[in-house]
Design a protein. Structure first.
Length: 313
């Protein structure tokens, strides 16, 4: 059975179209169907490249995975009425196992047997000059952030109020705006918790060096839109914050009627923008030639996953 390639808006998809239209095309069209290992080689190559990660992205994936596991364990415990401690040392050991498996699986090429499930690094795929010390530094940063997560007051608060957690990293899809326009959105909230008074608290973990508060605010506005529209939470009863586990900071973002209206407008404008270059909107068909590359020599190409497919490898 053929799986339909549908145009579903997400925050990262909206950003990708602005970063490089050609990379966007590879991500959402040129790699479509590449999960079939012996299919079209060009499609398979783009699919493999789409799955590549890098050390900074990987830090976020591993730390988010530990946070997700810890919170889901606590939610299960709250349902069963039994508490299993997940000590700091156990969390660090779990992260350490993932780190080792990921690096070895990528280095040996074993990840290519299941690129959707295993971790492959651009550092290996593109044979970048990365030293053992560089890998050690990345592993140390993950360990440091797991320690920060464990000591974080919001994480600890979530553990003791786990019965109120409604969602942790659940992939959701919902419709926005006039049904005739057909805009659909994907999102997954790091943690969404009932506040016990009819409202919710939305938590977003961040692990990177540099984050743009305005961009995080717009992402949280989309989560607010989801909470009001799909969960029936009143617009004025949402608290949204991001916790930076690298720097140990917490930032609260306003999410109310204004931000939610802006989020809705951003989704509709984003979907219109994504449809504009399509050859066939009803069937979501896109032609590579309609998605231009960035200029030769652009810094963006140095770190782009698709630089081999794109001929800039
Ligand atoms: S290599 Fe450069 S032009 Fe090609 S897809 Fe990547 S960013 Fe775009």
């Amino acid at each position: 059975m053929d799986i339909q390639n549908e145009l579903v808006w997400s925050h990262s998809r909206g950003r990708a179209l602005h970063d490089c239209a050609r990379a966007y095309w590879y991500t959402y069209y040129g790699s479509w169907g590449g999960w079939v290992a012996d299919g079209d080689p060009a499609v398979r190559q783009a699919y493999v490249e789409k799955k590549l990660t890098s050390r900074p992205m990987w830090t976020g994936t591993v730390v988010h995975g530990i946070a997700e596991t810890g919170l889901k364990r606590a939610m299960q415990d709250a349902r069963r009425g039994a508490v299993r401690e997940w000590s700091l040392e156990e969390m660090r050991a779990a992260a350490h196992r993932t780190v080792n498996e990921d690096i070895v699986g990528s280095e040996t090429g074993a990840w290519l047997e299941r690129p959707a499930r295993r971790t492959g690094f651009a550092e290996h795929y593109y044979a970048l000059p990365v030293t053992h010390a560089d890998w050690d530094a990345a592993a140390d940063e993950i360990d440091r952030q797991v320690v920060n997560l464990h000591g974080n007051r919001i994480y600890q608060r979530l553990l003791v109020t786990a019965a109120r957690i409604r969602e942790v990293e659940e992939l959701r899809r919902f419709a926005v705006g006039d049904p005739a326009f057909g805009a659909q959105v994907y999102l997954a909230v790091d943690a969404l918790v009932a506040d016990g008074k009819g409202g919710v608290v939305i938590i977003d973990w961040k692990t990177g060096e540099n984050h743009d508060d305005a961009e995080i605010g717009s992402q949280l506005g989309i989560y607010g839109l989801y909470a009001t529209q799909e969960l029936g939470v009143p617009e004025d009863q949402i608290v949204a914050m991001h916790v930076n586990l690298r720097h140990g900071t917490e930032t609260r973002h306003p999410v109310g009627p204004v931000e939610i209206a802006l989020a809705r407008a951003a989704v509709l404008a984003g979907v219109a923008e994504m449809r504009a270059p399509l050859r066939d909107v009803a069937n979501n068909l896109a032609d590579k030639d309609d998605f231009p590359t960035v200029p030769e020599g652009s810094d963006r190409c140095r770190w782009c996953n698709f630089r081999r497919s794109c001929g800039r490898g």
